[in-house]
Design a protein around this ligand. Sequence first.
Ligand SMILES: CC(C)(COP(=O)(O)OP(=O)(O)OC[C@H]1O[C@@H](n2cnc3c(N)ncnc32)[C@H](O)[C@@H]1OP(=O)(O)O)[C@@H](O)C(=O)NCCC(=O)NCCS
Length: 177
Amino acid sequence: MLIRLIEEKIKLEKKMKDLTIVRVHENNFKDLTLMIKKLAKYLKQEPPEPKAFQRLKKDLLARNPQCEAYIENFKGKPVGCVIFYIAYASFLGKTTLFLEDLFVLKEKRVQGFGKNLFLFCVKKAKEKKCGRLDWRVLQRDQNTRNFYKKFGAKQVRDWSIYRLDEKTINAISKKKS
Ligand SMILES: CC(C)(COP(=O)(O)OP(=O)(O)OC[C@H]1O[C@@H](n2cnc3c(N)ncnc32)[C@H](O)[C@@H]1OP(=O)(O)O)[C@@H](O)C(=O)NCCC(=O)NCCS
């Protein structure tokens, strides 16, 4: 039993040496676009249009970026990505790290890559002194719910997500002016 545990630890340490998480920059932005397109497919949604990718790139690479994106590489090849931004929790008087996307390629799942990326986000939340780490999960996505349960994450009950899309924002703004 002890030998098996030691063997597993050595295997994990070896694997971690081949695992890197790098911030998205000019040269690896294409890896992020590929991941986002695959995530859209997984979510059964239309992928972002080219102009949305252009805006995302501009916002990520800006001097004061709107959000942060990272690519997880294993043996130099991309296996996953994460995108987050900083929001604010007034009732705490502290920032919230909001996890916008966390994704691992289908063929690379259940090998520890998602856990490594999520723990990276937890570390970032700690570094940035956030009072919360929040994210959304589709109601129907039991797999992802199971994944997050492993970390002791609790579903926020009694709250629903509301949204005004850009068209509605413009329509209301027109009426008011
Ligand atoms: C959710 C996701 C990121 C998990 O990544 P992953 O690399 O497969 O997860 P890991 O291999 O690191 O698993 C970590 C732990 O969760 C468990 N786990 C992973 N997927 C699971 C599943 N579908 N059901 C139950 N447990 C699961 C693993 O067994 C592991 O448990 P352990 O630590 O006890 O060994 C990945 O499945 C994914 O990209 N899904 C599609 C996109 C998505 O849903 N993103 C999240 C939206 S916020």
